[in-house]
Structure formats: structure tokens, C-alpha cells
Design a protein around this ligand. Structure first.
Ligand SMILES: NC(=O)c1ccc[n+]([C@@H]2O[C@H](COP(=O)([O-])OP(=O)(O)OC[C@H]3O[C@@H](n4cnc5c(N)ncnc54)[C@H](OP(=O)(O)O)[C@@H]3O)[C@@H](O)[C@H]2O)c1
Length: 319
């Protein structure tokens, strides 16, 4: 069976697609999944470059969330049976054995492709918007709004009743962001501060969701509303910014950093509750994950190039 390996730190061109032996029958507490769809993300590029906070040591299988169907289960497994639809970490591989406790069973009527496309991005947005205590009718400014975690924040921000202002670097991206629910759109290539102020009667945004960092964070500090909250989601610009505490003080504003990894490890019950809620939203059609590109495992270099070139809108999936 096929798998995509990071065998040494580097870039997508250093990845190796290999034929490997399928896994043995699962251990007593494990299940075996036939993965059908796999999500890849910006964080995978950071990890394969050797710069991720919890770096894996090569060789490892590339990629994160996936969705698939259970083929067989170990003798102690009670909550999952062959034929069940599930999501799980797994990466770019066909069959994988995973501990029962690390697999999330999905309803039978779920769309497996959407299930692979939404887990990590929507969890990032959902958790962040809850920590920021986003309220109905507040203004939410989402940067990098066409990317994976950005588009999820637009979608969930609207569901939570906020007025959403979305930024992105091209009008083509913004047209889709608008179509997917943003109230206002700004091409931030030439700045956004004045436009945000114009759209908020000079007050600024109540919550700013920032996966980009760098200059975007610096400018955000100049259009945050009194009692505003800036969420530090990531640093796709390549530069973590320094918050000016005097600006925070005069605005009664807060800067909040967070990671989904910590939520999963340190507050697993809350993570599970959020995950169940998001699956429920997906099944009820309350959220609309977007997939802009699909590739085969053999096309892994092209798949990551879409992320590097900032062409992804929502998610890139590997089938
Ligand atoms: N805190 C957490 O728990 C958590 C969880 C998941 C992901 N993250 C982080 O969130 C960030 C975004 O992840 P993602 O998967 O949503 O990425 P993505 O789909 O590639 O989207 C990132 C967006 O960032 C913008 N961007 C600005 N400068 C960029 C640059 N130099 N290179 C690439 N993109 C750039 C792009 O929008 P424009 O072209 O419109 O500017 C792009 O749409 C990453 O830093 C990731 O590590 C954090």
C-alpha cells in the first residue's frame, strides 16, 4: 500500500511516496481504518521543515486528519465496528491501526470528504472564538480568511451571530469568502486599518482572529475596539509579532494565544464536547467546509505547492 514519508527535514520535494506493507491485524485496543480522504495544512510544511513546536522526527508519515471506514477491530474494542465511518489522525497512508480512544465515530449519513476537511480547521476557529467570548452582534475581523482556519472562523463567526469582516490578499479569494458568508471583505494587500475603522464607526473590531502575524498583527493593534480581543492563531507571514503593552493598556484590550493541541492534551473532555458539537453542525448543514483542491498521494508535491503559493481556499485534500 502507498504512504507519503518525510524522511529528512526539508520541503515537499524531499517527500517520498513509498509502497509499504499493510499493517498487521490491530492489537486488542486498536482499530484498523481504510483512510479515504486526508487533509494537509500549512502546519505540515512547518513541521517538515523541522520548525514545528512539537516536531516529529523523520521518518514519519506526512499529514494530519483523515476520514475513512473501519475494516476490522481488536478484541477489546466495543464502541466501533467494521463498516463504521470515522475520523482520526493518520496522514497520507491507505490503512492504519489506531487506538480506539483516538478515533471519532461519525454518523452514517456524514459526507466523508467534508469530514476530512473540517476537523482541525473548525476546531481551531471554534475554540478560539469561545476563548475570545465572541458575542452576537460583535464585530469579528478574520485575517487570511480564505485559508483553512480563516474560512472556518468566517463560517463559525456568522453562526455565532457576529458581524464578520474578512481580509485576504486577492479579490478572487475575497469573492468566495463573501459567497461563504462574510459581511464585509477587505483586500489587505494595501492595509486594512482605515477600512475597518470606516466599517465600525471608528471603534475597531471587537475580536480579531489572526493566523498571519507579523505586519498584520501590528496593524491589527491599531484597529482593535475598546475591550477587544486579538487571537494569536498562527504565523503564516513567518514572523511572530510583539504586542505593544501600552496599546493594550489604553484600549483595555487582550491578546490571547492558544493551540488546539493543548486543548486536546490538557482538557480532553472539552475537546470531545467541541468535536461532537462540530460534527453535529456538519450533519445538520449549519457549517460549510470548503475544499478548493484535491490530489492523489502521488501528487503530494503539487498538493503542498497550492498551500505554498497561497492558492488554497479552505482545504486541500489528498485522496
Ligand atoms: N493555534 C492553533 O491551534 C492552530 C491550529 C491549526 C493551524 N494553526 C496555524 O494557523 C495558520 C494557518 O493555517 P492554515 O492551515 O489555515 O493555512 P492556510 O490554509 O495555508 O491559510 C493561511 C493563510 O495565510 C495567509 N498568508 C499570509 N502570508 C502568508 C505566507 N507568507 N504564506 C502563506 N500564507 C500566508 C494566506 O492568505 P492570503 O494569501 O489571503 O494572505 C493564507 O490563506 C498556520 O500558522 C497554522 O500553523 C494554528
Amino acid at each position: 500500500m502507498k504512504a507519503v514519508f518525510c524522511e529528512k527535514f526539508g520541503g515537499p520535494k524531499d517527500l517520498v511516496v513509498k509502497e509499504i506493507e499493510p499493517p498487521d491485524t490491530p492489537k486488542p485496543d486498536e482499530v484498523q481504518i481504510n483512510l479515504k480522504y486526508r487533509g494537509i495544512a500549512f502546519a505540515d510544511l512547518v513541521r517538515m521543515a523541522g520548525n514545528y513546536q512539537d516536531n516529529r522526527t523523520p521518518p514519519y508519515i506526512v499529514g494530519g486528519d483523515g476520514s475513512g471506514i473501519i475494516t476490522c477491530v481488536g478484541k477489546n474494542v466495543t464502541s466501533i465496528k467494521p463498516g463504521d465511518k470515522v475520523t482520526s489522525a493518520g496522514g497520507c497512508v491507505e490503512l492504519i491501526n489506531v487506538s480506539e480512544s483516538k478515533v471519532r465515530k461519525l454518523p452514517d449519513d456524514i459526507d466523508l470528504e467534508l469530514a476530512a476537511a473540517f476537523g482541525n480547521t473548525y476546531m481551531t476557529a471554534f475554540y478560539g472564538l469561545h476563548i475570545a467570548q465572541l458575542q452576537p452582534n460583535e464585530t469579528l475581523l478574520v485575517h487570511g480568511a480564505a485559508g483553512g482556519v480563516g474560512l472556518a472562523a468566517v463560517d463559525l463567526g456568522k453562526l455565532m451571530g457576529a458581524r464578520v469582516i474578512a481580509t485576504a490578499s486577492s479579490d478572487e479569494k475575497l469573492a468566495i469568502v463573501k459567497q461563504l458568508g462574510a459581511d464585509e471583505i477587505i483586500n489587505y494587500s494595501n492595509g486594512f486599518r482605515e477600512k475597518v475603522k470606516d466599517l465600525t464607526q471608528d471603534l475597531g473590531a471587537d475580536v480579531i482572529y489572526d493566523p498571519v502575524g507579523g505586519d498584520i498583527f501590528d496593524e491589527s493593534m491599531r484597529c482593535i475596539a475598546p475591550y477587544g480581543r486579538i487571537l494569536i492563531v498562527g504565523f503564516t507571514s513567518g514572523r511572530p509579532a510583539l504586542a505593544k503593552t501600552n496599546h493594550l493598556l489604553v484600549k483595555d484590550a487582550s491578546v490571547i494565544g492558544y493551540t488546539v493541541n493543548s486543548l486536546q492534551q490538557k482538557r480532553p473532555a472539552l475537546f470531545d464536547e467541541y468535536a461532537e458539537t462540530l460534527v453535529d453542525y456538519l450533519v445538520k448543514g449549519l457549517i460549510k467546509p470548503h475544499i478548493s483542491h484535491r490530489y492523489k498521494m502521488d501528487e503530494i508535491v503539487q498538493a503542498f505547492q497550492v498551500i505554498i503559493d497561497r492558492r488554497v481556499i479552505g482545504k486541500v485534500l489528498v485522496t
